[in-house]
Design a protein around this ligand. Structure first.
Ligand code: F6R
Length: 609
């Protein structure tokens, strides 16, 4: 979703901010803008454009140079994506320019107050209102930090903000409440961003602002305080990220690059966590003693989209290996049904970004009601990671493509490890613990073997791309994979796809089966293989074309095309069976000429409801 980048120092900030904004393109946006302080009163220069950053760049006036500089990519919420609504927004006095991520909930009240002061708004955004509030507060406060603090005390909602002040051309002011802001420390220069990926090329020494904090950045350093002016001492940290993680590195698309990174991502997720002596897994971040883990009577997993489907894979793993009842649910629905908190339950929030507003709100609702919540998260230090009681980082590395791939797989791996851990302090035998651990260790090589079948999968994707609809089917532990496969092909190839539990076909959707309705079937050779084959016969009898993702034992005549997946332990089959579905979606999207890394209407981190 929206992105913020800022710079203060002696260099021209415009190219730095534009390059940073480009690094945030993956989050999804529909307009962009930049503001520079040229020095002295009235020295604000602004440029905004609907569309891509390259549109902003190509229309950039030559005079737009200097620092401090702030820039923004906007994903429209309040008001259409156009040049007027694009950020930065300037206050009525023309002194402050601001960029904002988040939502201002008391916008109508602020608007009334501004109207009472005779201040008219020009855009449809809630951000412009904050700019005017700061302008108003500056009438009473000489110090711009004090003005920003006073204005923000009147604001309800969520924000990550960066502000420049034409009267103080030596600083950028930033503030955070519910939307990330990270400061980057350079040599006599400072950076700010909503995502460290935007500035990691310049510095790896960073400071994360906490909610309710506000900071003033000058070339030589920064000061931080709370909204009520209490000073806060911040300690910088070195981020373990490589600028190359945010580059295509020779690939045509980030999605393909990230699908290909899965063997190493899985290795990283497992690394240092296997405890051979006790045939189990060590998960230091759970912050729960064995007796507390033994007392858990039920596991409730929450997430959105692909994170939710990986939670469904996790629920099956926990139920089968630890024998604890486990379910997954969409976090976006959960928070609105006034859930009854299970006193003996363990709640787990799944999120790649750690920023998804629906998941965060579910976690906050749970914590407020006294539930114990763990996170399975990729983004270290993210809002969701910080708001729960502990958890597992999946260490998938930055995921730039909007569609998740490696984070899905690594989340499933994290759940497999959690299931072994919970199982081994219950009744999972050492032999079964070893069986799963050995299989987990072998997964990277098996994923690499599937990636080698890319030509065959690409051919199948070209075939699938000719249809307008598709059905994805699976059973029990294969069903979440069918859901994820259907979701991936919808979002990147824009091909309509529905996922069904295979046995449910005959209860209705079988009516749709015909030569124009291809079926992608996830068919592991497990205890349900025979039943799955019967379903394939039923589809064939109605001339439904079948693409099977299967083990080598599936009779070839049962499907038009079969992608054979290596065997692993049955509990882990879904993890491997999902890999061809990722490549299938990628190549179908490529065949159809889609904007693969930035699918229409979608954003990487959905930080609004
Ligand atoms: C699909 C996809 C989304 C995300 C969902 C949750 O490919 O990426 O469905 O899984 O928006 O995002 P996170 O995991 O960041 O909470």
């Amino acid at each position: 979703m929206c992105g913020i980048v800022g710079y203060v120092g002696t260099r021209d900030g415009v190219p730095i901010v534009l390059e940073g904004l480009q690094r945030l393109e993956y989050r999804g946006y529909d307009s962009a803008g930049i503001a520079v302080v040229g020095g002295g009163k009235g020295g604000l220069k602004l440029h905004k454009a609907k569309g891509r950053i390259r549109d902003l760049q190509s229309s950039l006036p030559k005079r737009l140079k200097g620092a401090p500089t702030i820039g923004h990519t906007r994903w429209a919420t309040h008001g259409a994506p156009n040049d007027v609504n694009a950020h930065p927004h300037v206050d009525f006095s023309g002194r402050f320019a601001i960029v904002h991520n988040g939502i201002i909930e008391n916008a109508p009240q602020i608007k009334e107050r501004l109207a009472a002061e005779g201040i008219e708004t020009t855009s449809e955004t809630d951000t412009e209102l904050v700019a005017h509030l700061i302008g108003l507060a500056a009438r009473e406060h000489d110090d711009p930090m004090a003005a920003v603090r006073a204005a923000l005390r009147r604001v309800e909602g969520a924000y990550g903000l960066a502000i420049v002040d034409a009267e103080h051309p030596d600083r950028v002011i930033v503030a955070r409440l519910g939307s990330p802001i990270v400061l980057g420390l350079g040599d006599r220069e400072m950076y700010v961003a909503s995502d460290v990926g935007a500035i990691v090329r310049h510095t790896k020494q960073v400071v994360h602002l906490e909610d309710g904090e506000i900071a003033q950045l000058e070339p030589d350093g920064f000061t931080t305080q709370t909204l009520d002016a209490r000073p806060v001492q911040k300690v910088s940290e070195l981020v373990d990220l490589d600028a190359a993680d945010y580059d295509l590195g020779g690939y045509e698309h980030f999605l393909r690059k990230e699908i290909g990174e899965q063997p190493e991502a899985v290795e990283r997720c497992i690394s240092g966590r296997i405890d051979e002596r006790f045939s189990t897994v060590k998960l230091g971040g759970l912050n729960l003693e064995p007796h507390e883990l033994r007392a858990i009577k039920r596991v409730h997993i929450l997430g959105c989209g692909s994170a939710y489907y990986s939670g469904e894979v996790g629920a099956h793993l926990i139920e089968s290996l630890a024998r604890i009842p486990a379910t997954a649910e969409a976090a976006s629905e959960y928070r609105y049904r006034n859930p009854v908190i299970d006193p003996n339950g363990l709640y787990i929030a799944v999120s790649q970004s750690g920023e998804t507003a629906d998941t965060l709100a579910a976690v906050e609702e749970l914590t407020r009601k006294g539930a114990r919540v763990l996170g399975v998260i990729n983004q270290v230090g993210s809002a969701i990671a910080r708001s729960n009681n502990g958890g597992i980082y999946i260490h998938a590395g930055p995921e730039v493509s909007v569609a998740s791939s490696k984070s899905f797989t690594s989340t499933c791996i994290a759940f497999a490890m959690l299931a072994v851990h919970l199982g081994r302090i219950r009744d999972l035998s050492p032999a079964d613990g070893d069986r799963v651990i050995t299989a987990l260790r072998e997964l990277p090589a098996k994923i690499a073997a599937i990636l080698e079948q890319e030509d065959q999968i690409e051919e199948a994707a070209g075939w699938l791309a000719q249809f307008e609809n598709a059905m994805f089917i699976g059973r029990v532990r294969g069903y979440p994979i069918a859901r994820e496969g259907a979701q991936k092909i919808k979002e990147v190839a824009y091909l309509h796809a529905e996922a069904y539990q295979a046995a449910e076909l005959k209860h209705g959707p079988l009516a749709l089966i015909c030569p124009e309705m291809p079926v992608v079937a996830v068919v592991a050779d497990d205890e349900l293989a025979e039943k799955q084959r019967s379903t394939l016969h039923e589809i064939k009898a109605r001339q439904g074309p079948i693409l099977a993702i299967a083990h080598e034992t599936l009779p070839t005549e049962l499907a038009e095309r079969t992608i054979v997946v290596p065997r692993t332990e049955p509990e882990l089959d879904p993890i491997l069976m999902n890999i061809p579905l990722q490549l299938l979606a990628y190549h179908a999207a490529r065949a159809l000429g889609r904007d693969i890394d930035k699918p229409r209407n979608l954003a990487k981190s959905v930080t609004v409801e």
